[in-house]
Design a protein around this ligand. Structure first.
Ligand code: ATP
Length: 310
């Protein structure tokens, strides 16, 4: 994050990279105020998220002239899980960026519990949403700080037992206790290097502490070893239980268990349904993807899809 204090003309570049990856966005907002494109309403409504139902109502969006999302409509009932799948560049991450209001939609509306997200303060909106990116970048600070940061963007004053409880639920506590300096261990550039799976579990612990009604998750594409995969899955279950969940899914185990699957192609939802419904149609884009993944899985030495699906 220290790199962000570069010359101003670098900022645009970094900012876009960061937006793309959802890296430490709360921190970024704190450092640089609000993103340029999005403004708070003059008279913001009070934001209440009693349930966490998410609705995309005919949403269209483009970064430039090319339309990126076209007439996207879907509803995620409170507490349920939607898996978003589709080829690279189809618009999956854009859906999550719009929910977090990194950009404003060009037409249509995004509602949370019936409230248009444009009518409320961005800080209130973002407090209701937890994000676990594919590649979590941790602050160059202690493990404790990195987890406690989940609480309202500030780690100050979070009781240690809440930090350890979150780490425990995220299945990373034992690992942390194995470090010489335990929760005071520095991570990041100058500290202990954590594996991708450990970093993601720290991000999950942070989200558990933040306790949002809605979570967005960009699942790791990289293959993980069996033990790591098991830890991550257990940790994710903890985080997504009773929370509205939007997952950019790469693992069939995740997709199979989703309440609803959206297949996005060229900015449009081309198919939707549960795994069983979609697989029943052998001509579907989804069936095709499924068959390809099974074939890939058969060639791989280890594959989490098969482990979980069997
Ligand atoms: P992947 O699976 O590779 O992450 P995705 O389905 O998440 O892809 P998006 O990241 O939503 O796809 O991108 C959708 C389209 O929008 C792509 O064509 C991409 O190049 C374009 N795009 C993404 N971010 C920007 C941006 N900040 N400015 C301009 N175009 C962008």
């Amino acid at each position: 994050i220290a790199q962000l204090y570069g010359p101003l003309n670098w900022f645009g570049t970094y900012y876009r990279v960061i937006q793309k990856n959802f890296i430490d966005m709360e921190k970024l907002l704190e450092l640089f105020d609000e993103p340029v494109e999005v403004r708070d309403p003059v008279a913001p409504a009070q934001f209440n998220v009693p349930r966490g139902e998410v609705t995309f109502d005919n949403v269209s969006f483009s970064y430039d002239k090319q339309p990126t999302l076209k007439n996207i409509s879907f509803k995620v009932p409170a507490g349920s899980t939607v898996a978003i799948v589709g080829p690279s560049g189809s618009g999956k991450s854009t859906i999550l960026r719009l929910l977090f209001r990194f950009y404003d939609v060009q037409s249509g509306r995004i509602l949370i519990d019936g409230q248009d997200i444009c009518d409320v303060r961005q800080t209130d909106l973002r407090q209701a949403i937890g994000i676990v990116p594919q590649d979590t970048v941790l602050f160059n600070d202690s493990v404790r700080y990195n987890i406690a940061y989940g609480r309202a963007g500030s780690s100050a004053g979070v009781p240690m037992q809440e930090v350890t409880a979150a780490a425990d639920a995220a299945h990373v506590h034992d690992r942390i206790m194995g470090f010489a300096e335990q929760y005071e261990t520095r991570v990041g550039e100058r500290g202990q290097r954590l594996s991708g799976g450990e970093k993601q579990r720290v991000a999950i612990a942070r989200t558990l502490l933040k306790d949002p009604r809605i979570v967005c998750l960009d699942e790791a594409t990289s293959a993980l070893d069996t033990a790591t995969e098991r830890h991550i899955q257990a940790s994710l279950r903890e985080m997504t239980q009773n929370r509205t969940t939007l997952i950019i899914a790469h693992r069939l185990s995740t997709v199979i268990h989703a309440d609803q699957i959206l297949i996005v192609k060229n900015g449009e939802i081309v198919e939707r349904g549960t795994h069983a419904e979609l697989i029943a149609n052998t001509d579907s884009v989804y069936s095709d993807m499924w068959m390809k993944q099974l074939a890939d899985a058969a060639n791989a030495t280890y594959n989490p899809f098969l482990d979980s699906a069997s």
